[in-house]
Ligand binder design. Sequence first.
Ligand code: FE
Length: 393
Amino acid sequence: MSRFTLPRDIYHGKGCLEELRNLKGKKAILVVGGGSMKRQGFLDKAVNYLKEAGMEVELFEGVEPDPSVETVMRGAEAMRKFQPDWIVSMGGGSPIDAAKAMWAFYEYPDTTFEDLCIPFNFPELRQKAKFAAIPTTSGTATEVTAFSVITNYRTGVKYPLADFNITPDVAIVDPDLVARLPVKQVAYTGMDALTHAIEAYVSTLNGPFTDPLALQAIEMVLDYLPASYHENKVAREQMHYAQCLAGMAFSNALLGIVHSMAHKTGAAFSTGHIPHGCANAIYLPYVIKYNAKNPVAASRYAEIALRMGLEGTSEKSLVNSLCEKIDEFNVILNIPKTLKDFGIDEEEFKSKVAKIAELAVGDACTGSNPRQITPDEMEKLLTCTYYGTEVDF
Ligand code: FE
């Protein structure tokens, strides 16, 4: 049995933020992050639309990037006091992820993070509130996914929460909100979206419901990401939709080891955080070469290359063309080709790679990767991404 779950309504198009006017309820809590939406006037707009819907509105502001357990608990407490029947979250991935976890603790105060960390083990939500999500970046697609990542800063552990209960009821995908996204974020989040679509397409859980979404997303990223990076408004709008389609695919087909590696290297080095989408962009071509040793995966990658209109007379040459295309995109988007070029210290890398490899193999995304990987192979693969050497195993 497979399950395919999406929000009940996905509004898209310029200005569709105003759909908040049509939510039916009495009280809405609006969960947001930093000040960029406030500065651009979208926060006021959202509040006013909710008031036009006849709702009493309370704000929960200041959700930090990589939201903490404490923030989630504070938000849940605010919800218990206010008793909203709508939770509306607006932001990059973080405020939406935080609001998803707040929702569970609002409805089930006695639940624990440990319980929620067991995949697909959430209690039945929607007893008290429904959930609307409004993305303000173009990559994570958390507005349509069953996932949320919460960080415990005391232990340094990131909790990936996964359950279809936290797939939002309503997603509002309004390109006006990403018109002023900084270009670096356009690059990183755009490559995150491409990675979502490619990993979902080759995942062991791929299928007829997710494949068309993944392929469409890949084609749109190919058509629009460079122009979006160069601040073309039409392209930026299309990228906002492409990342959402990719999210619809990977929420149901899951991901692979590009994400496992990005999760476990993101905060591993003293030289600084590797942004999620940047890490994915670096690892993606190496992982494709590794996975393509599996014949089923190779034919899936070749299908992607054909859909992209790339050159190649054999599966092998099509897979190579796909990797070259990704390299080309990384050059256009100013993304380095190796961890060394990113600025990771060589001695630190060498001293940590074995442990990182072990953790990456244990990541939740490894299970649906099309080729099984051992910690030894993972260490070799990570080493290739450090030096830019050929993946030949
Ligand atoms: Fe991602």
